[in-house]
Design a protein around this ligand. Sequence first.
Ligand code: WT7
Length: 656
Amino acid sequence: MSDKQQTIQSVLSEKRVFAPSEQFVRSARLNADKLAALHAAAAKDHVGFWTDLARKEISWQTPFTKTLDDSQAPNYTWFADGKLNASANCLDRHLATRGNKLAIRFEGEKGDVQLYTYQQLHAEVCKLANALKSLGITKGDRVVIYMPMVAEAVMAMQACARIGAVHSIVFGGFSAGSLRDRIDDAGAKLLITADGGHRAGNIVDLKKAVDEALSEGCKSIGNVLVLRRTGHKVGFQEGRDIWWHDLVPKQSDRCEPEWVDAEHPLFLLYTSGSTGKPKGIQHCTGGYLLGATVSSQWVFDLREDDVFWCTADIGWITGHSYVCYGPLANGATIMMYEGAPTVPDAGRFWKIAQEHGVTIFYTAPTAIRALMKLGDDWPKKYDLSKLRLLGSVGEPINPEAWMWYHTVIGQEKLPIVDTWWQTETGAIMISPIPGAVPTKPGSCTKPLPGIAVEVVDESGEIIKDNDVGGYLVVTKPWPSMLRTIWGDNDRYIKTYWGQFGNKYYVAGDSTHRDADGYYWIMGRIDDVLNVSGHRLGTMEIESALVSHPAVAEAAVVGRPHEVKGESVFAFVICRGERPIGAEAEKLAKELRDHVGREIGALAKPDDIRFAENLPKTRSGKIMRRLLRSIAKGEAITQDVSTLENPAIVAQLAGKA
Ligand code: WT7
């Protein structure tokens, strides 16, 4: 059985259904009737549905008069003649009613706690926004943020939004080289960073990576604003580098928001695709903010008295929409934690949940599996009674992990929302509504109101029946959709729309829709890996490998992994003789470190296998399916007779 068939098998045999508890339904924002009404309104008038929500949920400085413009499809615009400011929506509009309420609860790995009310956060963001202005940053300029998971990172996002600058966050785990590529592609003028961050008892030396990145290229960068976080000694280039504490505190705590068009870019976020070059996903202000705002209400049942803990780093889209913009736009309290989940022990997450009174907990299956492995005793030590909702995101959640989450963390009564979406979609697309939709372990259930999802076959025909499989597509534009790929609109059209004649947004995932119309995501259809919920292109890792002088050729595939979901498996062909024994081990270590330096530790291959050649068809194509089977250690059932070099299979399989 192939990978996919096996998954489908286990999915089809999953028959458990969990209805929302009566207690939850009673006070839920959306019960089944209210949800049905929303679906009906959206089905009747897609554009009208979003128009009403945009008027109600967003504070506009200038109201919009036109909702959707599809004249340049698939480049859509929403609310284009409206003006707003994302930071004013997240901060200013709460000041009158909840200025003294906590906006951020932050805890560092060492246990240091910082609390910011909306009033205080507003003041800090204004000061930082004025600091950015003093450095010559104006509307439309790109600002790269390369920071640890600290409250100041959210301030940096908000400050950019406040003055109409476009932030582009680079995850702190990415290397100097990845940082440089993203700075150059975005043409960023300013880099906001920290001397370092705390992780698993170590210091993540962000400033060192910054100095390395800026040592060549990055000519667009004028200044580097450096937050002192760890206090360890770092390089400092006078004239270019500025300490946050020298510049920010002396600024005025008032800064009038820059009113921007709804379509004004709010941020870029680079993500991997099937080529070697990451793409700068461009999100706009109005539509994105609407998506983040309403999905937070619907999916997380979010209220202002919630303490919402989304464990994602702000370097990923989840951190954008559900650490920063969604919860703050709704006036909730966000929980941020800087460090590793197992420091000082495996109970850290649950201790934080108890001490900060976390009510909503949103994390990735890889984290759930890792926590599950640490045993039930850890969560049992803590009082998790404030928790009222659990969420999952980033990859399919296996039913076993779902059941553990449900039983041990959820005490068999909390709703679990398994949320499917992507960097490109900006906000959650398919997810249970906790007070309305019964859940099934492993299924993200059904699309949200106003989100038109379908399954299509190989030829792009929509399959209306249930109990079918195919490609997942979105058939109608939605407000929080990406607007383009920064600097490459052709690639935007080709990547997301080209496959079926620009008719549908092609998500890149395959899916099964069961007899009840529930969606079960099966995984990517392109050369994209999902390692611990992080998206990596196989081509990026291959390019990193071949940039090492010893490597002639490399092919990278994913291998199922108990905790990470998928791990990186690399087949490597060397320039000289194939290394064996101790020599092979030494080179494998060197290559792992090399990939770490080129991309970041998250991309390091777990397995490296050296061979004399790759399995190629006579037309020179690498047979990746075969490599995937080999990586899994499966018996080879594929027909290898079409290979140019069938004898290589045994060697690739490690048998020669
Ligand atoms: C890809 C997008 C958007 C949040 C973080 C990832 C996979 C995401 C689920 C889920 C099954 C999921 C898909 C998708 N994915 N959520 N609930 N069930 N698969 O964002 O890095 O843009 O990756 O993650 O394959 O296409 P991303």
